[in-house]
Every structure is written in C-alpha cells, then in structure tokens.
Design a protein around this ligand. Structure first.
Ligand code: BG6
Length: 517
C-alpha cells in the first residue's frame, strides 16, 4: 500500500484532495514579480501568510517581492502586513507567526526588462540561500501586466535562473490572461517554453483552486451513485453560471481590452466544463487528469459564422440598480471607452460531441452587474419516463436537478419529487442539501493558498496545461473575430438584471429556461 510519506515525495502521483494540505514543501525562494500590485496585495500575500500560519511553509523559505516601486525591505514588510490584515482570513495577526514571516520577506526594486535587475536577483537568491540554509529551489510567480510575462521569462533564462538540476527546481507560475487570442497565446507559450519546460510551467486558473470545484471530482468519482447516470441517457442538459454583481471596479482599462469571453469563459468556465464532462481518469495524477480534460475541449465543435446565432450571445450593461443602489452603465465606468464594443455578458450553447454527451447541450453564461454573485453548475436530468399515478392529481413532476454551488453558500443540492402528506397523491419538489459551512464547521481554504502550495510541491494537476489553454482559445477565436467585426447591441441589459433578452431566446429555442438564481 502507498503510505502518506511515499505519496508526499512523489509530486506527480498525489491528488489526495484533503490530505495533501498537511504536506510541507521543500525550502525554496518564492519570487513575486508585481509585488506592489493588486493581486499580490489582495490574494498572494494573505495566502502565503495563511500557509505560514498553518505551518505549511518551512522556516528556510524566503519571499522576494519585485516591482518598480522604490521600497525598502521594511516598507515592503509594512505593505504586506497591511495586505494580510485587510484581506487575510484573520483581522488580528498572530504576533510570533507574523514576526517569523516578516523576516523572510525581502524586496528588490526593478524594471522587468533590465538585465541588471536579474543579476541582482541572482545575487540576492544566492545570499539568502547561504544565510538561511535554503536548498536553491526557486518559484517565480508572475503577477504583473501580461506584456511582461515573456520578458521576465526570457530575462530569468538569460540570468541562468531557469535551469534545474537533480536536486533543485526552478518553476514559473503565470497568471491569466495567457494570451489575448489564439495567436498571441501561442507566441507567449513559445517564448516562455524556450526557457522553461512544460514541467516547470504552472498556468494559474484560480477556479481550479476553489474547494468546491475540486469537490466536483470527488462527487463524481468518489461516489458510486452519480457516475452511472452522468451521461446523455439521463442528463437533459447542463447549465454553468458565473454571475457577478460587481462591475469592472478599478479594472476598466484591463477589462475593456478583454471582455467577458476572454476574462471568464476561455479559462474559468472551460475549466469547470471540462471537469464536469470528462471521463473518469484512471489515476488522479496530473497527466491523467489533463489528458481527460483536454479530450472534452477537443470534442466541442468550433463556432462559425453559420452557427454563431445558435451558439453565442453577448451583452453590455447599461445603468441600473444593484441591491437597490443606482450604478452607472459600462461605458461610463472609469477606464472604459465611451463607445466601447466590449461585452460584459456572454451566454453560450455548446455541445460535447462524444459518446457520453452527444445531444446534451451545455449552456454557459457569465456577466458583470448581474442581480447577485452566484457561481454554480446545474445538472438537469431527464423527466421520469412514466408516471404511474393514475386517478390522482399528478400529471407531471419536475425533473431532478443536481446543483453544485461553487460560490457563495458552497454546497450541493439535489431536487427531487416527494409526496405531500395527506390522503391523496400530491407531489412537490423538495431539496436535499449539503452545505460546506455547516458540515465541516471551518471556512473553505482560499484558492491561492492551495495553488501556491501545489506549485511548491511540484503538483500541476490543478493548473492549466498548454493544450487545454490552446484548445480554449481555438474555440473562442472565431467568435472573437466575428464579434470584432460587428458592433455590440450597446447597453442591451440593465445592471441588476440577468442579461439581454437574446440570452433567453438562445435557450428557449431549445424549449428550455435559464435557472432563476
Ligand atoms: C478573474 C476575473 O479571473 O475572476 C475577474 O479577471 C473576476 O473579472 C474574477 O471578477 C472572479 O473570481 P471569483 O473568484 O471572485 O469568482
């Protein structure tokens, strides 16, 4: 039998969803590029502190922040302290843990395209290794603007920091967006790939770090009752929703170049879709899981000018109300062009053309300024084939529905028919509910904690492999071209509504409805 210790030493083997959090990675230096940015402040630093709090970072670990801000180590430490206090899981920091954590924080002010900065970095890494007894392992995290991704990778290569030997690793974690279309993603991948091998490259999709997304795999493959009905014979259709009540906040400049299709569908929704639709992998190792996921994406037919109207709808919000408060329309947001053609809502109808799913549509939707924040996967089963309740009031029942709530209110519900108590047969739909909060009595871990730890452990299962990213771009690329050449039906949904009427028409054409959330 494989012992926990053996599994821990074999990063490619392990995918024991819960137990792995008890593992501690080997000492390494983590270099965060873009350390003064928003992602570092809101997510990465709080996640690293939380790992330290759980004793999951060895004491020889060093964290080097790099960005253009002219900070000293102490200024960086103060910045991180505020980030952790504001965005971390605990308002009050543990004084001992924080002191030990702060001692590991270092800062280098640098222009990312300056080779001298990488010589300084190499010197700093060597010095820290000597002084802390580190092993020379390096994890580079690129949390910068995307134009710097290839530049940083190449500079790291030029400084000799990408090479590995039998005893040390050098890995690069790349944030989204991984390209802005198929061609630019391929170029980025080639440039990074010329320096870091695929095995060294970790493409982040933070949805894969969400506990509830991982639970999808446990639900499907850790139970005997779901898999036999998880197919076209029993499933009528699947709906995947990623709805946000927020607008573009302070990211108008980025978002206006991106839009909902690139921002959410090409990555987060396609990742969730491939986990929902994939075949059971023989083993839960990185390669087996990625192999099955990419087969799903390859089975999705491309969108063309001929089928675009049945396949995709886009929208852009106009002024409206969120929770009773007035909010401006997209084109009036800071950083957004007043005549912007960028979509803030997408609805799609896709098929997965293989034996398991042929004829079962997958409806996807995502939008900013929806009435509420809700991310879920809904598996709608086919109706009962025959109702034997003759001479009763029952003429039909609602089909069964399995809802996987990814956020908020993380959990799973099964809707099924039950008899209303009384002398006659009357049937209502009821819910069987599992909620993370009340079942486990502890908060679910932040996605970035899990993903940082996995990158340190060398487990890429919960990262996107290049062929998945490429296939995602292939599917949306034609759509992007078609949309680029036609103006958007401006302001076609009010903030605080569920998107344009065309989205309803997309699903009603098949005689179905979007779920009311
Ligand atoms: C990011 C997008 O990847 O995901 C944002 O760039 C979006 O626009 C965010 O708001 C949603 O993430 P979450 O974890 O809040 O669902």
């Amino acid at each position: 039998m494989t012992s926990a210790a053996t599994v821990a030493n074999d990063p490619q083997t392990a995918f024991d969803l819960g137990a792995r959090l008890s593992r501690t990675p080997a000492p390494a230096s983590i270099v965060i590029f873009g350390a003064s940015g928003d992602l570092s402040h809101r997510k990465l630093m709080p996640a690293l502190y939380n790992l330290a709090l759980q004793q999951l970072l060895p004491s020889e670990m060093n964290i080097i922040g790099m960005s253009r801000s002219a900070w000293s180590d102490d200024q960086f430490r103060e910045e991180v302290r505020q980030a952790v206090a504001t965005h971390g899981a605990h308002d009050v920091l543990d004084a001992d843990i924080w002191d030990a954590f702060a001692r590991r924080l270092h800062y280098l002010s640098a222009s990312f395209d300056n080779p001298g900065a990488y010589n300084d970095l190499r010197g700093a890494l060597a010095h820290l290794n000597r002084s802390t007894g580190g092993l020379g392992n390096r994890l580079f995290y690129l949390a910068t603007a995307p134009e710097f991704f290839p530049v940083i990778a190449e500079q790291l290569g030029g400084a000799g920091l990408a090479s590995e030997d039998d005893d040390t690793f050098s890995r690069i974690v790349i944030e989204k967006p991984f390209g802005e279309n198929l061609a630019s993603a391929r170029t980025l991948n080639e440039r990074v790939g010329a320096v870091f091998g695929e095995r060294q490259t970790y493409r982040i999709d933070h949805y894969l770090g969400k506990e509830t997304v991982q639970n999808l795999l446990v639900l499907r493959f850790g139970n005997a009752i779901f898999e036999p009905i998880w197919n076209r014979r029993y499933v009528d259709h699947v709906q995947i929703t990623v709805a946000e009540d927020l607008g573009v906040e302070n990211r108008g400049g980025y978002y206006d170049q991106s839009g909902a299709l690139r921002d959410i569908v090409q990555n987060h929704i396609f990742q969730v879709l491939s986990l929902v639709a994939m075949e059971p992998p023989a083993r839960f190792d990185s390669r087996s899981v990625h192999d099955e996921k990419v087969k799903v994406l390859r089975a999705i037919p491309e969108i063309t000018a001929d089928n675009i109207h049945e396949s995709a709808v886009r929208g852009q919000y106009r002024a409206g109300f969120i929770a009773g408060q007035p909010v401006v329309g997209y084109r009036a947001e800071h950083g957004v062009a007043p005549d912007s053609n960028t979509e803030t809502f997408v609805a799609m109808r896709l098929t997965v053309d293989n034996w398991r799913w042929a004829g079962t549509p997958f409806y996807l939707r995502t939008g900013k300024r929806m009435p509420r924040r809700a991310t879920e996967v809904a598996i709608q089963f086919k109706p009962a084939p025959h109702l034997p309740f003759a001479h009763t009031v029952v003429e039909s029942t609602e089909p069964n529905l399995l809802i996987l709530r990814i956020q908020p209110d993380e959990g799973t519900s099964l809707r099924f028919s039950a008899k209303v108590p009384g002398p006659q047969v009357d049937i209502r739909n009821v819910s069987m509910d599992f909620q993370y909060g009340s079942s486990f009595l502890k908060p679910t871990a932040e996605a970035y904690e899990r993903l940082l730890l996995d990158a340190l452990l060398g487990d890429s299962t919960l990262f996107a492999r290049w062929d998945e990213v490429e296939r995602g771009w292939e599917i949306v690329d034609e759509l992007l071209h078609l949309w680029d050449s036609t103006p958007i039906a401006a302001s076609n949904y009010a903030a605080g509504t569920w998107g344009p009427t065309e989205a309803d028409a997309l699903i009603r054409r098949d005689g179905r409805e979007w779920r009311r959330l």
